[in-house]
Structures are given as structure tokens and as C-alpha cells.
Design a protein around this ligand. Structure first.
Ligand SMILES: *Cc1c(COP(=O)(O)O)cnc(C)c1O
Length: 368
């Protein structure tokens, strides 16, 4: 990224990511941890995040081979699991060469694996559909799939995995049911298991088993819509910040921005901030969405434009052009912006635009 005078940047607190990783480990002390760094580590930078965790993570998980190769090319030697496995048989040659582990979730992938002639043994994570009904083998197919893979001379270690549809709803019978289906499917087999995403690490300790798979919590956002006591220990790893580029005083009754959707209720001071939906700020964020100027909470007003937003400065009298603005981070929870915009922190983080510079901070003083 070339340096730009535009004040918008995503500051990434790498020590917060280490803190959150250790917290995931502390919550599930008997489990190994597969740190999920797909989608460029949820917008935080996959190589930087993987390097930050390289000395403590048991492995990494990504969505596809390109994401895995980026990590291998950067010198990451830990196990890397392809969460959707391969998309065609040809990818298995690269899987072999780069020593990746693959999820096997369907009959086609199973056939490709069995027909492959790799130089090394392939490690496989067999995915069972315990109730999400997206990908994975039917529980009734598991014994056959397991037997075929176990009998195959070029298949190495096996792990049985499944994924939750509703783990972000604590104390829900559906998740307990998914755990029961999974355990029943594996009964009598001594195979390592993996179930828990971030929400289940925090809310379903009986799902921790041999391997956990935290994603969102590594980046310091809670996976829950409501407050959860165990989620308060997470440290936000991204501060999306910009600055005021203009300030104007409006009399009462004046419209602000596209569509004139917001009309000043009284004489107002309005600030313009260098960020817009082309940077990943949600275009549907309504008037009232929280934003911090000079560390003080205020609100977005009017429509989000491509490169700018407008904010209410009426109560922030000392804010001048150049004053720092936090869109989300340690002052404004990403989840609060997400909730106001009817989306999720997952989408905010992964939607960070290409023109947003990433600044890596190590160490920061934000967390212990
Ligand atoms: C993305 C993903 C995760 C991580 O989920 P979070 O909710 O971000 O913790 C875990 N397992 C699988 C299979 C995934 O695709």
C-alpha cells in the first residue's frame, strides 16, 4: 500500500489477537486450537495474523487453497486446514506439495482423494452434517466414509468435524442436539473431533472436544447479539479510524447529504468524515449509528456516501478539522455499528475496502 494522506486507516492491534487466542485456549484448555484466518483473517491481514500467532497456534484454517498458499509463501509451517476442502481433483497436487489438510464433505471429494497419488499422506477432516444442512456427510454415511479413508494407504490423520447453525444463541436445544447427533455418529471410534466456532467456545463447553476453531473471537468481537459475560474479556483487534475533513454550522431545518434524509432539528454543527461505503462502512447505517469524535461518542447523521459520512458535532465543541474519528474499535463496538446497520461484525470486518491502509501495532497498550 502506498502511503496516502487520506486519514482513513485500520489499526490492527496484534497483541489483542494474541490475547484473544490465549483466551480461547484458556476457555478450552484441553483442546488444540485451529485459528481461523480465512477471508484475509476477517479483514485483519492473514499473513500478519498468522505470523503473530505462529509460535502459539496449533494450526490455521482457511477457505481455499489460495489463502493457504499465501500463508505457506510467508513461511507459515503449522498445519493448515482447507475448510471447504478442494474444489476439483487437480488441487490435490498442490495440497500434497504444500502439506495442507483438507476437509472432505461430499462424495465427489472423497472419490478425488481416494484416486489421488500423492507423495505424502493426506490428512483429512471428515465433515458430518449434524444439523446445519449446508455441507457434510449424512451421519448414516459416516461409517462407510471413515472406513474407506482409513483403508486408503495415502490417507494420514483423520479428524471428524461438524459445524453449528445456531451456537450464537446460548442455551439452545438445537445446538445440544447437534452435539448429540455428532457424538452418536462417532460412538465407539477413537477419532479426534472438532465442533466449536467462537460462539460454542464461549457458550457450549461440551462442544470443545479435541480441536476448537475460533474465528471472530480472535479479532475481539463477540459472536452474540446480546451481552455475554464471557465475551467481555475479548479485546477489539481493529480500530477503523479517520478524521474530520470539514465542519459546517447549519440552521434548523436544513437537509444533510443525499436524499435530504436527515434534516437539522435545531441549529447544528455537522462534521464530514473521510470514510464511505467504498471503504466498507455499511451504506445502510442509519442516522444514530454510534461514532466517536475526539474519543467522545456521537452519531452518524444522513446517508452514507461513497467516500464520506456526516456526523453530529453539536455536543463536541472542541472538534476541529483533523480531529480523529473512530468508526469502530475500542470505543465504538463493531457490534454496535453492525446492529444499527442490520448486519454482523463478520461482514464489517471482511468488507474493509482495498483502499483502507492497514497499520500494524505491536505492542499496544489497549490490553494486558
Ligand atoms: C468460519 C468458520 C469458523 C469460525 O467461525 P467463527 O464464528 O468466526 O468463530 C469455524 N468453523 C468453520 C467450518 C468455519 O467455516
Amino acid at each position: 500500500m502506498t502511503s496516502s494522506a487520506r486519514p482513513l486507516r485500520a489499526r490492527i492491534h496484534l497483541d489483542a489477537i494474541r490475547h484473544n487466542y490465549r483466551y480461547a485456549k484458556q476457555l478450552a484448555p484441553y483442546s488444540k486450537v485451529l485459528a481461523v484466518v480465512k477471508a484475509n483473517a476477517y479483514g485483519h491481514g492473514a499473513v500478519m495474523v498468522a505470523q503473530t500467532l505462529a509460535d502459539i497456534a496449533d494450526g490455521f484454517a482457511v477457505a481455499c487453497i489460495d489463502e493457504a498458499m499465501e500463508l505457506r509463501d510467508a513461511g507459515i509451517t503449522q498445519p493448515i486446514v482447507l475448510l471447504e476442502g478442494v474444489f476439483n481433483a487437480n488441487e490435490l497436487a498442490l495440497v500434497d506439495r504444500a502439506e495442507l489438510s483438507v476437509v472432505v464433505h461430499c462424495q465427489e471429494q472423497l472419490a478425488w482423494l481416494l484416486a489421488a497419488r500423492p507423495l505424502q499422506k493426506l490428512n483429512c477432516w471428515i465433515k458430518i452434517d449434524s444439523g446445519m444442512h449446508r455441507v457434510g456427510f449424512e451421519p448414516s454415511d459416516f461409517n462407510r466414509v471413515y472406513a474407506e479413508l482409513r483403508a486408503c494407504p495415502h490417507v494420514g490423520e483423520l479428524v471428524a468435524m461438524s459445524h453449528f447453525a445456531r451456537a450464537d444463541e446460548p442455551n439452545l436445544p438445537y445446538t445440544t442436539q447437534q452435539i448429540a447427533v455428532f457424538e452418536k455418529t462417532l460412538s465407539g471410534l477413537a477419532i479426534p473431533r472438532s465442533l466449536a466456532n467462537s460462539a460454542a467456545i464461549l457458550a457450549y463447553s461440551n462442544a470443545h472436544v479435541e480441536w476448537t476453531r475460533p474465528g471472530l473471537m480472535l479479532y475481539g468481537a463477540s459472536p452474540f447479539a446480546e451481552a455475554h459475560p464471557l465475551a467481555t474479556a475479548l479485546c477489539p483487534a481493529m480500530t477503523l479510524e479517520s478524521a474530520l475533513i470539514a465542519i459546517r454550522n447549519l440552521p434548523a431545518g436544513e437537509p444533510v447529504g443525499y436524499g435530504g434524509r436527515f434534516v437539522s432539528e435545531h441549529p447544528m454543527r455537522v462534521g464530514v468524515v473521510a470514510i464511505g461505503y467504498a471503504d466498507g462502512y455499511p451504506r445502510h447505517a442509519p442516522t444514530g449509528t454510534p461514532v466517536a469524535v475526539n474519543g467522545q461518542m456521537t452519531r452518524l447523521i444522513g446517508r452514507v456516501s461513497m467516500d464520506m459520512i456526516t456526523v453530529d458535532l453539536t455536543e463536541i465543541i472542541d472538534a476541529h478539522v483533523g480531529a480523529p474519528v473512530e468508526l469502530w474499535g475500542t470505543t465504538v463496538a463493531a457490534n454496535a455499528v453492525a446492529a444499527a446497520s442490520e448486519t454482523l461484525a463478520y461482514q464489517l470486518f471482511t468488507g474493509i475496502g482495498r483502499r483502507v491502509a492497514h497499520c500494524y501495532e505491536i505492542p499496544s497498550t489497549l490490553c494486558d
